[in-house]
Every structure is written in C-alpha cells, then in structure tokens.
Write a protein that binds this ligand. Structure first.
Ligand code: SF4
Length: 266
C-alpha cells in the first residue's frame, strides 16, 4: 500500500502547543507549490513501479491551498505515478477554511477524505490552544462537509488540556458520535520545547499538564467510542469497521512512502 505524503508548511496562526514545521506568512505559498511540483519530478523514480494507494496532504494547514493549487499537485502526481482508481486522497483541513464554497470546489478535485483539525467544540479550549476557529465553526464545518458529500471524514480532538474537564471531554466525543463520523484521532496535549505553551507553563501563566487527567480522559475516550462500535485500531485512532485510514495504516505496516515538501514525514 505505497503512499505519497505532501507537507504544506503554512498556517493562519500558531497554535500554542504546536511544534510542527510551518510559517504563518503565506508570502511564499506559490513558490512552495512550484517547489513541490519540481520535487515530484525529481523523485519520480521512487515508487515508479508501484501502485499508489494513498495520497495525504498534511501540514501545516493544507486547506490554505486553493483547489487550483491542490489540483496542480494532484495532476502532477497522476502524470508521474500509477495511482489506483480507489486511492484514498486525504486533505488535512481546519474548520475555518471549510466554507460551503471551498467544499464545493474541493469536491471537483480527486480529494475524497477530509481530516479536520477540530480539537474541541468548546470555546474555552480553542482559545487556550490559540486555534484559528471558534466553537460555532467547529460544528458548522462538519455539517458543511457532510452536505457537500464528503462521507469519509476523520476528526482530530485533543484531551488533557487544563481547560477541558471530564464532562466537556465526554461532550466532545459525543458530538462526534452524534454526527456519525467514521474515524477519529485523539491526542493528549503535550508541552513541547520552544512552543508558546512551554513558555506559559515555565513562567506560571498556564498550569502544568495533569497526567492523571489525561490518562482518565483517554480511558473515557476508549470506553465511549468502543461502546458505539468504533474499533481502537491504533493508539490514537478509532474507526468504524471498514473505515481505517489507508495512508496511516501503511506507515504502521512499514510500506514505502514518498515524502514531499519540507519536513515531509509523519
Ligand atoms: S493548525 Fe496545525 S500545524 Fe498549524 S499551528 Fe495549529 S496545530 Fe500546528
């Protein structure tokens, strides 16, 4: 199940906990797309005799690219590689980018799966994390995506934040269950060096992470989702039967993949 990962290193604003590779300036976006097209050409012999079963746009925030820019990259991939007709093609997207218009445009591309970085449905959590979206957009983007015809959705949530009590965490999970989202990835909030959160904890502006709270919320997660028929198929990932992520699964099976763009690794 060989795949291609494309890293899009741009974000609207820096989430306080994030240590991924990204820039909040979009000044070089066009140049970056041109460089990605060039890198695909240069790496065309890697995986050349294999069928590609998944393409994954990660970041950063790939939904900051226009559908035209995404199409240019996908056209190049289809021209160079043998992509299977039922390949899983995922775009990581942030809620504030997923307007009705954007989703209609994305439906015209080969992208058939959205990975939405919701993290929480609570305003207090989103503000603490410095996310670019608000609680209203967190729900609206799911409704817009379903209305536009995207069935293959996965949502990211974060637990263990000092702002997230157990009741709020249960409510976040229940919202995903109520929307019948087939796949969910959940991560414990961690304090990484050189992030704003690291600084806040160091100077006492934010409390240290409570590991017992995080462990308890992980257990709540497992219980609520498995009770609803989700399979806990990887530490952070849960899916309804038949909805496992092809791309991420291929990493865990040690399948080859081609990483394109700066910091193009999982
Ligand atoms: S949107 Fe994602 S990649 Fe960008 S700063 Fe936030 S967590 Fe990091």
């Amino acid at each position: 199940m060989p795949g291609i990962y494309i890293h899009i290193p741009f974000c609207k604003q820096a989430c306080h906990y994030c240590n991924f590779h990204f820039s909040t300036s979009l000044k070089h976006k066009e140049e970056m797309v041109a460089a990605i097209l060039r890198e695909l050409e240069l790496r065309k012999d890697y995986l050349s005799n294999k069928n590609i079963t998944s393409i994954y746009f990660g970041g950063g925030t790939p939904s900051l690219l226009t559908s035209n820019e995404l199409d240019q990259i996908l056209d190049k991939i289809y021209n160079i590689f043998k992509v299977e007709h039922d390949a899983e093609i995922t775009l990581e997207a942030n809620p504030d980018d997923l307007t009705k218009e954007k989703l209609q445009a994305l439906r015209q591309t080969p992208i058939n799966r959205l990975s939405i970085g919701i993290q929480s449905f609570a305003e207090e959590d989103l503000k603490f994390m410095n996310r670019a979206h608000n609680a209203t957009e967190a729900k609206l983007c799911i409704e817009n995506a379903l209305d536009a015809g995207f069935e293959n959705l996965t949502v990211d949530l974060i637990y263990g934040s000092p702002t997230t009590n157990d009741a709020q965490w249960e409510s976040n999970i229940q919202t995903i269950i109520d929307y019948d989202i087939p796949h969910i990835s959940c991560y414990a909030l961690t304090v990484e060096p050189k992030t704003a959160l690291y600084h806040f904890v160091k100077v006492g502006k934010a409390p240290a992470i409570d590991e017992e709270q995080a462990a308890r919320q992980f257990e709540i997660l497992i219980q609520l989702l498995t009770n609803q028929g989700y399979e806990h198929y990887e530490i952070s990932n849960f899916a309804k039967p038949g909805w496992y992520a092809k791309h991420n699964s291929s990493y865990w099976f040690g399948e080859p993949y081609l990483g394109i763009g700066p910091a193009a690794f999982v």
